[in-house]
Structures are given as structure tokens and as C-alpha cells.
Design a protein. Structure first.
Length: 250
């Protein structure tokens, strides 16, 4: 794998959910490899903060986007311009027992994590097809491949993302559009750091075969592989980055 294959200079990449967490990290890694960034999320002021952090690599464009809203998606496509790489990252979770899960919780999670992901991909794939191809990287989860309690709508949405990835890969391969996914396991972020210090958090870590949490940097390799020409013969792949979570014994 050469630096040329991994390099993204001359490519325009759009990251959804780029205002914080995984999305902000993905934007930084793509920018460091030379990609021109379009940052998309509902919180535009937070996007501008991320864009300022990317200034050493160049100017990033900030675009308002609510993935659940058709008008917002259409406006984003018009404002963003040509896109070569889509990191389909926007998502959320509602925790709680399935018996107490409300219809509003279910609709919000599925509309954001699955329906929104599809329609963003569809909107940008139209332009990719006209230009001869592109790369779409959907952010799934190991919880879409293995069960856990207390996150029913999230797990179902991410299982849908896995199927969505493989179905779109099949249909769009003829247009030169590659569709792959990353399925992160438990990743240490600012939002969940306090939980990992609790007894319940430590118990979860103890069941990971590598006996540690993933770090944001652990996602860099798969991200750059799938975004770049290094994966030009890969489509429909779902890469788990989980410390062995999926191969753990029952």
C-alpha cells in the first residue's frame, strides 16, 4: 500500500455529523491526507469550531444538515458541490429497556441512523455517478452485528446500515461507486468517558478480548483505506474495529 494510494489530495470529502466526536475526528484525518473537507451537521457554530482546527490543512466548508429533513438534504447537496468521498456518520442513540422505548424514540433513531443515511447517500451518489464514481463509507456498529440490551432502536438501525451498505454496493458498483462500512466497537470518547470508570463500564471492558477500549486513532486505518484508492477493489465490506468483540465466546 503506497502513500499515493492512501493520499486524498484533489478529492472532496463530506462528513456528516462532523460537529463533534467521531465525525470531527474523521474530518481531521481526511484533511491531514490532503482531502478538501465539507463539514455537515445541524450545529453550524460547532462545525465552524472544527473548521478552525482544520485550518493548518486548508479551508473547510461548513454546511447545515439535518439528515432527517428532505429540504435540508437538498440544500446541502446544492451548497456542497461535487463530492468524491462521503463519510456517512450522523447518528444518535436512545438508551433504555425495550418495554419502555417510545414510538418517538424509535422514529428519531431510525430516521437519523438509517433513513437519513440512505437519503444522504442517494443524493450524493447521483453526482458521483455523473463524474464516474466515488467512495461512500457508512458508519455502522458492532451492535448491528451482535446483540446488546438497552439499545433496541440503535441496534436495529445499525443492522439496517449493514444491509444498506451491501445492497447499495451491489447496485452502484456498475457506476464506479464503492459502498463500504466501518463497524466500531466500544470507543473511548469525551461523551462516554465517565461511564467507563463505573463498575458497569469496567465490566464491559473486561469482556472485550483485547481488554481495552478502542481509541479514535484505531479507526484511522480503516477510514483511510475505504476512503482512498487503496480499496478500489473493495465494495460491500463491513470492517469491524472492536478489539475482538465479535469473535468473543458466548
Amino acid at each position: 500500500m503506497t502513500d499515493t494510494l492512501l493520499g486524498l489530495r484533489g478529492k472532496r470529502a463530506l462528513v456528516t455529523g462532523a460537529s463533534s466526536g467521531l465525525g470531527a475526528h474523521f474530518a481531521q484525518r481526511l484533511a491531514a491526507q490532503g482531502a478538501e473537507l465539507v463539514l455537515a451537521a445541524r450545529r453550524v457554530e460547532a462545525l465552524r469550531d472544527v473548521a478552525r482546527q482544520l485550518e493548518p490543512y486548508g479551508n473547510a466548508q461548513c454546511v447545515a444538515l439535518d439528515v432527517t429533513d428532505a429540504a435540508s438534504r437538498a440544500a446541502m447537496v446544492a451548497e456542497a458541490g461535487p463530492i468524491d468521498i462521503l463519510i456517512n456518520n450522523a447518528g444518535l442513540v436512545r438508551e433504555g429497556a425495550a418495554l419502555k422505548h417510545t414510538e418517538a424514540d424509535w422514529d428519531l433513531v431510525l430516521d437519523t441512523n438509517l433513513k437519513g443515511m440512505f437519503f444522504v447517500a442517494q443524493a450524493l451518489a447521483a453526482g458521483m455517478r455523473e463524474r464516474g464514481g466515488g467512495s461512500i463509507v457508512n458508519i455502522a456498529s458492532v451492535l448491528g452485528l451482535r446483540q446488546a440490551g438497552g439499545v433496541v432502536s440503535y441496534a436495529v438501525s445499525k443492522a439496517g446500515v449493514v444491509q444498506l451498505t451491501q445492497t447499495l454496493a451491489l447496485e452502484w458498483a456498475r457506476h464506479g461507486i464503492r459502498v463500504n462500512a466501518i463497524a466500531p466497537g466500544y470507543i473511548d470518547t469525551e461523551l462516554n468517558r465517565d461511564f467507563w470508570q463505573t463498575d458497569a463500564g469496567r465490566a464491559l471492558i473486561s469482556r472485550i478480548p483485547q481488554r481495552r477500549l478502542g481509541q479514535l486513532a484505531d479507526l484511522d486505518g480503516p477510514l483511510l483505506l475505504l476512503a482512498s484508492d487503496a480499496s478500489r477493489y473493495m465494495t460491500g465490506a463491513v470492517i469491524a474495529v472492536d478489539g475482538g468483540h465479535l469473535v468473543n465466546t458466548l
